[in-house]
Design a protein around this ligand. Structure first.
Ligand code: PLP
Length: 434
């Protein structure tokens, strides 16, 4: 018997992905080969442990697969030690902390509102802000990280680890400067390149490998692999602590996880193969050139971007000059078949549920083969949609906000302009099949 309820939903989601423009910077379209690995018989196997040192029999082939994934990652990034088992980025960061820190040690990362990630020490509600003493740096009023400020905070707080890496930051990292900050206070330097890993291997962003001690990356963003993560230990990291690789492995298993997801390991190996092909370098360059064209189109249309633009795959639109609200713009764009996410802007005074920005990225549409011309078209649609909903302002009081969102959503459903753009988007998407 077939579970049609689920097959229908999967078919509908597949169509949604085909018929809409995905501008969420952390999403991408994996290749058929990656999805075949994920959906393969490898998901049936248990293989706690590491290649050639397993707790279960029947792992000869799985050992080969994991060895291939590790070797490919070592070669592609140029590092001596790799762990491909973390279930995802958040547990991978937890494993790094478990390997290198003791509970209560000080970690230093970028604030969430400035573009950092929850696992970089966000206070109170996360493991990283609860089990460690967390101090956080922020971006300057211009939206950029001022490394002088970070250095001063590091000297004051003496963190044991400095985390550099972001989810919503549109600029390049000067890794050498971060190394100097870490060395000044004897801290480990963790580069979390989850967002930019594909740009790094494709030569579109400088590599942190010569400077960081340890690097974490998710595998499903610009790297275009399955949901997963890798921890890379650099030569520098091993020089500092020759046991660092072993400590990382022990923290992943048995420290935090059980059996690895072998189907994902095969998917990661496949994605690493794809990322080592010459075409991937072109892809990485195109992500950035598309982002730059999209950014200029938005600016020409009167929108404001944090830091004034982008050097990488993403941009954050600051909607405060329009007095527009991030989630309403995001809702309206979804009605127009354009999918983005609401995002806080640096020093946002709006509550996180009604942030003043949206985050936009080009990895997925670049995978579809879209280029400069399409960036202009998409950028102009976004400008039109923002104009269409800029008269919705956040009610001052809690009372006023009650029912506000549902009323706006109902109005957006009827909006003729959004319907017209949605139709045009569908036509464009058909020209760029997945
Ligand atoms: C910089 C950064 N680190 C860590 C993570 C966590 O990854 P995951 O969502 O796979 O746990 C993300 C994901 O958004 C990220 O952007």
């Amino acid at each position: 018997m077939t579970d049609t309820m689920l097959t229908d939903l999967v078919a509908r989601e597949t169509s949604r992905q085909e018929e809409t423009i995905t501008l969420i910077p952390s999403e991408n379209y994996t290749s058929r080969a990656v999805r075949e690995a994920l959906g393969s018989a490898l998901t049936n196997k248990y293989s706690e442990g590491y290649p050639h040192k397993r707790y279960y029999q029947g792992n000869t082939i799985i050992d080969e697969i994991e060895d291939i994934a590790i070797d490919r990652a070592k070669k592609l990034f140029g590092v001596p030690h790799v762990n491909v088992q973390p279930y995802s980025g958040s547990p991978a960061n937890a494993a790094v902390y478990m390997a290198l820190l003791s509970p209560g040690d000080t970690i230093m990362g970028l604030k969430l509102s400035g573009g950092g990630h929850l696992t970089h020490g966000h206070p109170d509600i996360t493991f990283s802000g609860t089990f460690f003493r967390s101090v956080q740096y922020d971006v300057s009023p211009d939206g950029r990280i001022d490394t002088e400020d970070v250095a001063a905070l590091a000297r004051k707080e003496k963190p044991k680890i400095i985390v550099v890496g972001t989810t919503a930051y549109p600029r390049i990292f000067d890794w050498e400067k971060w190394r100097a900050i870490a060395d000044d206070v004897g801290a480990f330097l963790l580069a979390d390149i989850s967002h930019i890993a594909g740009l790094v291997v494709g030569g579109a962003h400088p590599s942190p490998v010569p400077y960081a001690d340890v690097i974490m990356t998710t595998t499903h963003k610009t790297l275009r692999g399955p949901r997963g993560a890798m921890i890379l230990v650099t030569e520098r990291g091993l020089a500092k602590d020759p046991a660092m690789g072993e400590k990382i492995d022990k923290a992943v298993f048995p420290g935090l996880q059980g059996g690895p997801h072998d189907n994902v390991t095969a998917g990661i190996a496949t994605a690493l193969f794809e990322a080592s092909q010459p075409e991937f370098r072109v892809y990485a360059q195109n992500i950035v050139s598309n982002a730059k064209v999209l950014a200029s189109t938005l600016i020409e249309g009167g929108l404001t971007l944090t830091t004034g633009g982008t050097d990488n795959h993403l941009m954050v639109v600051d909607l405060r000059p329009q007095h527009a609200i991030g989630n309403i713009v995001a809702e309206a764009l979804e009605r127009a078949n354009i999918v983005v996410n609401k995002n806080s802007v640096p020093h946002d005074t709006n509550p996180p549920f009604y942030p003043s920005g949206i985050r936009i990225g080009t990895p997925a549409i670049t995978t579809r083969g879209m280029g400069e011309k399409e960036m202009n078209i998409i950028g102009n649609w976004i400008v039109e949609v923002v104009r269409e909903v800029s008269h919705y302002h956040l009610p001052e009081t809690k009372e006023g906000r009650r029912g506000f969102l549902s009323t706006v959503k109902k109005e957006l459903e009827q909006n003729v302009k959004l319907k017209q753009i949605a139709h045009e988007v569908a036509v464009l998407c058909r020209r760029f099949p997945l």
